[in-house]
Ligand binder design. Structure first.
Ligand SMILES: C[S@@+](CC[C@H](N)C(=O)[O-])C[C@H]1O[C@@H](n2cnc3c(N)ncnc32)[C@H](O)[C@@H]1O
Length: 300
């Protein structure tokens, strides 16, 4: 296992995340943010499944081969089986995500938080499965990121939001500092005192935020790039300066860019060479970022 230490460089790794994650040390990251792609293949999913050890008095019996028993010792397998029978397509997706979430959980510090960014098609299944996998008491929030851009459906309500599910490793120890978060304008400033209106209000779990503007400063050209404003809130609330942040579906590297701006440390992973090219350009002005290819030689 390769240790990450405070004097290590920030790292951007070009690899399949499932191959590289075992090389990172247990409990190192205060924040794991994941924005996985929805289109994943069955063959990839089936090859990747790993086991997770269960502890605790209400632990389920050992998992059947190729399945995961919930970290909190809940009867995850039965819930998983019941739920995934409804939707073959989601079964593929969850088969891909599950072993990666197991690694995310292992890598989270005791005061750490997972943010899993999903769209409306997968969010509800994922919520039920994550409740069983992490333990329902570890669920912190369902954040709705609402935007208003692009074509509008006429035969149903246009879908203009993403869902970010937030789970903590330990509900008694997680780090969350709402005072560190940028405040936002009141919707009806006339209803509060001028002092309050001036100060702005704390964001709730519904975040109105534009997508990355096609002509704006942030635009990298990477198709699924997320806005820095969304990541900024997440990093501000759930980490302190100097904490390590992990994003192993890094894409254009938004998580790392925000982490660097806020004085946090980061490890990013992506398997797509185009993502790595975009990140080389995006991090060109930031000193001390190390680019690596594949799994570190001493890993495993
Ligand atoms: C939705 S994008 C992430 C976008 C990112 N949040 C941003 O702001 O740019 C998902 C990324 O996951 C990467 N990815 C998919 N499967 C992967 C895997 N097995 N290992 C590493 N990266 C993977 C894709 O290449 C893609 O860049």
């Amino acid at each position: 296992m390769v240790a990450v230490a405070s004097d290590d460089p920030d790292r951007i790794i070009h690899a399949d995340n499932l191959a590289v994650l075992p090389s990172l040390p247990d409990g190192y990251f205060t924040l794991v943010y994941l924005d996985p792609p929805f289109n994943t293949g069955r063959s990839q999913a089936r090859q990747s499944t790993r086991h997770v050890r269960v502890t605790g008095s209400d632990a389920a019996p050992p998992a059947a081969s190729g399945t995961i028993t919930g970290f909190a010792g809940k009867r995850y397998e039965r819930i998983r089986g019941d739920l995934l029978r409804y939707d073959d397509r989601f079964d593929d997706y969850w088969g891909f995500l599950e072993p990666r979430l197991a690694e995310a959980w292992r890598l989270l510090a005791d005061d750490g938080t997972l943010y899993l960014h999903l769209d409306y098609r997968e969010a509800h299944y994922a919520k039920v499965l994550l409740d069983a996998l992490f333990g329902r008491e570890c669920f912190l929030n369902e954040i709705v990121w609402a935007y208003d851009y692009g074509a509008k459906a006429k035969r149903r309500w246009p879908t203009k939001h993403d869902t970010i599910l937030v789970y903590v490793k330990d509900p008694d120890r997680y780090w969350f500092d709402s005072t560190a978060v940028d405040r936002e304008p009141y919707m009806a400033p006339g209803l509060v005192t001028p002092e309050k209106a001036e100060l702005g209000k704390l964001p709730t779990d519904v975040w109105w935020h534009t997508i990355v503007s096609p002509t704006g400063r942030e635009k990298t050209g990477y198709p699924t790039q997320k806005p820095e404003g969304i990541l900024r809130r997440i990093v501000q609330a759930s980490t302190r300066e100097g904490d390590w942040v992990l994003d192993f579906f890094a894409g254009s590297g938004t998580t790392g860019a925000v982490a660097a701006t806020l004085g946090r440390r980061f490890v990013l992973v992506d398997e797509n060479p185009e993502a790595i090219d975009v990140m080389r350009a995006r991090f060109a002005g930031i000193a001390g970022v190390r680019f690596e290819v594949g799994v570190p030689a001493s890993a495993g």
